[in-house]
Design a protein around this ligand. Structure first.
Ligand SMILES: NC(=O)c1ccc[n+]([C@@H]2O[C@H](COP(=O)([O-])OP(=O)(O)OC[C@H]3O[C@@H](n4cnc5c(N)ncnc54)[C@H](O)[C@@H]3O)[C@@H](O)[C@H]2O)c1
Ligand SMILES: O=P(O)(O)OC[C@H](O)CO
Length: 379
């Protein structure tokens, strides 16, 4: 299937993508199909060769033909030379070392865009914070992209949307213009905290969903965890300064739905293995690709405790990972010791609003997808 390509907005704009795993390669294709002049950096020369000469990345994107004009290199210097926008898609724990290596090679005016959905374990920092700490650039030149973006679906050109976030709306719009084509639509916002935490937190809830899938529980359990998980995600992100609306959008609810439902999700898959009875070390061994959720649980719970935010589902995921909770016991009704009936607080604080807030969240996410197709806009 080949979606109709839109005419390029900024033809030939030179960009670099760092990291040639499943998402970096897919994002390079998105940008190339949007008309940008893309150079993809792969750590391994043999992978760079396979992409440049064979137009394939068979380990990460089996069966996908990559655009003829997409170039790949294992030279960071060549990849970064003249690149006005640099998209970074390496495992979150390796971001810092990669930025240090890239530092002097970057164009002084370049915008750095995080495609990653993790936090740095040692510091608890979001990816844009790590970028701001390592590189001498203002927040206005940093952006993050997040949304329901399972790489293989997008590489097959199945239509989807994402949100580009930056402290500067102009930066978000410039990035969104490049990251838009006939099958990929980029919205914009300026809530970097909410956008990044949405991507990090949905991974943890997707692990929980995988666990109950592995145990063999059905749709009621999963829907309960998704719904209560969204409340945890929102409480956490808002405590750190996010706008609650962002968690109701593509980077929150949208990504939570995609990741929780899809067998393509590594986080969901890891959870399923845990639910089937595999231990943490076995699961890590079986996962061939980056599974950010497994690494994020600890730092996120520490951050939650620091702000007094309760995350009972994420806490249960931690216990399953630690082997101290039987996966069969993970469930929303076990997340409190109290048998007293509790109000169903959804994503606003007013218990009286009941499901209205959640309905609003679903509706906004649906509207964003339905209306996609008319240029970058606020998400
Ligand atoms: N795959 C997806 O569907 C998807 C979608 C959206 C966001 N993301 C996010 O993108 C980021 C990258 O994930 P991915 O799916 O591409 O992972 P991946 O496992 O498919 O690929 C990771 C790539 O990074 C390379 N790598 C490993 N260690 C490295 C290091 N120390 N320095 C440089 N490169 C290193 C690997 O060789 C590989 O090419 C993650 O934060 C993930 O959450 C993934
Ligand atoms: O495969 P996962 O679980 O890392 O999820 C991939 C993307 O984040 C989905 O949006």
């Amino acid at each position: 299937m080949r979606a109709k390509a839109h005419p390029p907005v900024v033809p030939g704009t030179r960009v670099a993508v760092l990291g040639a795993g499943s998402w970096g390669t897919t994002f390079a294709k998105i940008l190339a199909d949007g008309g940008a002049d893309v150079v993809l950096w792969a750590r391994r020369p043999e992978l760079a060769r396979e992409i440049s000469e064979g137009r394939r990345n068979s380990d990460y994107l089996p069966g996908i033909n990559l655009p003829a004009h997409l170039r790949a290199t294992s030279s960071l210097r060549d990849a970064l030379a003249g690149a006005g926008q640099v998209f970074v898609s390496v495992p979150s724990q390796s971001l810092r070392e990669n930025l240090v290596a890239a530092g002097d090679l970057l164009d002084p005016e370049a915008v750095i865009v995080s495609l990653m959905k993790g936090v740095e374990r040692s510091s608890g920092l979001r990816m844009s914070e790590v970028i701001g700490q390592v590189l001498p650039i203002a927040p206005e030149r940093i952006a993050a992209i997040s949304g329901p973006n399972l790489a293989l679906e997008i590489a097959k050109e199945q239509p989807t949307a994402a949100v580009v976030s930056s402290a500067s709306l102009e930066t978000a719009q410039a990035v969104a213009k490049l990251a838009t084509n006939g099958y990929f639509r980029s919205y914009v916002n300026t809530d970097v905290i909410g956008t990044e935490f949405g991507g990090v937190l949905k991974n943890l809830i997707a692990v929980a969903i995988g666990i109950v899938d592995g145990v063999g529980y059905g749709e009621n359990t999963k829907a309960s965890i998704i719904t209560r998980g969204l409340v945890e995600m929102t409480d956490f992100a808002v405590a750190y300064g996010a706008q609650p609306e962002t968690l109701a959008g593509l980077a929150g609810l949208g990504d939570l739905i995609a990741t929780s439902q899809s067998p393509l999700s590594r986080n969901n898959t890891a959870g399923r293995l845990l639910g089937q009875g595999y231990g943490y070390n076995d699961v890590v061994k079986q996962m061939q690709q980056t599974t950010e959720g497994l690494v994020s649980v600890g730092p996120i719970l520490e951050l939650a405790h620091a702000k007094g935010v309760e995350m009972p589902i994420v806490e249960q995921v931690r216990q399953v990972l630690a082997g101290t909770l039987n996966p069969r016991d993970i469930a929303p009704h076990l997340t409190t010791d109290s048998r007293e009936p509790q109000g169903e607080r959804t994503i606003d604080d007013g218990q009286a609003h009941g499901g209205a807030a959640l309905w609003g969240a679903f509706k906004r996410a649906f509207d964003q997808l339905r209306d996609g197709g008319r240029g970058p806009r606020g998400a």
